[in-house]
Design a protein around this ligand. Structure first.
Ligand SMILES: C[S@@+](CC[C@H](N)C(=O)[O-])C[C@H]1O[C@@H](n2cnc3c(N)ncnc32)[C@H](O)[C@@H]1O
Length: 234
């Protein structure tokens, strides 16, 4: 299949939007299964700042790292060879179609463990050093519950990292309303509350508010944020 046909299929899926029926897990599967094999190539241009997130999260040798909403596990590639210096890397997602690719990527990486589970409830056996979500919190209903779960799984002093689309406090009401509608069509629920919630519960290490160019839409830039914080020590 040529690249152009492949891109057209992804765009068609995005235009169709996420199905409205079924459980959250069923809707994710129905949305992603038809585009799973082409997911990474298209998202490489759409989901910006994912490399930067890992730079600022700075996972260190011997640490236990968790990704909630790992999708195809492409963070394994962004982490590169250092992933094998981790004690453990748990990759968690609710969508079987994307997890097939994550499991393929994790083959031959002894520290990686891929789990099909809901980020609202999944917990590691012991507190971990760092947890991150990349363009995932905005797709999770009950995101405050997911953040509370991430907080609970971190050791005191452990780090959290997020990169995601959002509604900036500085955005005009009409622009924010437009972005909200646009993204909701594909099951992405933008919020103005996530960044303030992160700042309220974690000690800020790094924060940036940026805009990302959108493929095929010259001049259109979607707001996204990067946040890395530390769970208070006690
Ligand atoms: C836009 S994708 C991002 C995937 C990946 N983090 C990346 O950067 O490419 C959002 C991911 O969140 C997952 N997701 C949504 N709700 C979830 C939940 N409640 N628990 C676990 N994963 C969830 C989806 O299945 C999907 O893989």
């Amino acid at each position: 299949m040529t690249e152009r046909v492949s891109e057209a299929r992804i765009l068609w899926r995005l235009l169709l939007g996420q199905p409205r029926q079924g459980t959250h897990a069923e809707r994710l599967q129905a949305f992603y299964a038809p585009q799973a094999s082409r997911y990474d190539r298209f998202r490489a241009r759409l989901l910006q700042g994912r490399e930067d997130l890992l730079v600022h999260l700075a996972p260190a040798p011997g640490e236990h790292l968790v990704e909630l909403g790992c999708g195809t596990g492409s963070s394994l590639e962004r982490l590169g060879p250092m992933v094998n210096q981790l004690a453990c890397f748990d990759l968690v997602d609710l969508c079987p179609a994307l997890l097939v690719l994550a499991r393929q990527r994790a083959t031959g990486c002894p520290v990686a463990r891929v789990s099909e589970a809901d980020a609202r409830h999944w917990q590691p056996a012991k507190p971990v050093d760092a947890v991150f979500l990349s363009y995932a919190l905005s797709m999770m209903p009950d995101w405050p519950l997911v953040l509370a779960n991430a907080y609970a799984m971190l050791r005191p002093g452990g780090r959290i990292g997020l990169v995601d689309f959002y509604l900036p406090g500085s955005g005009s009401p009409w622009a924010n309303a437009l972005w909200r509608r646009w993204f909701a069509h594909d099951g992405v629920h933008l919020s103005a509350e996530q960044l303030p919630a992160l700042r309220a519960h974690f000690v800020e290490i790094y924060c940036a508010e940026r805009r990302a160019r959108l493929p095929y839409l010259p001049g259109v830039q979607a707001p996204y944020y990067l946040f890395v914080g530390r769970k208070p020590a006690g």
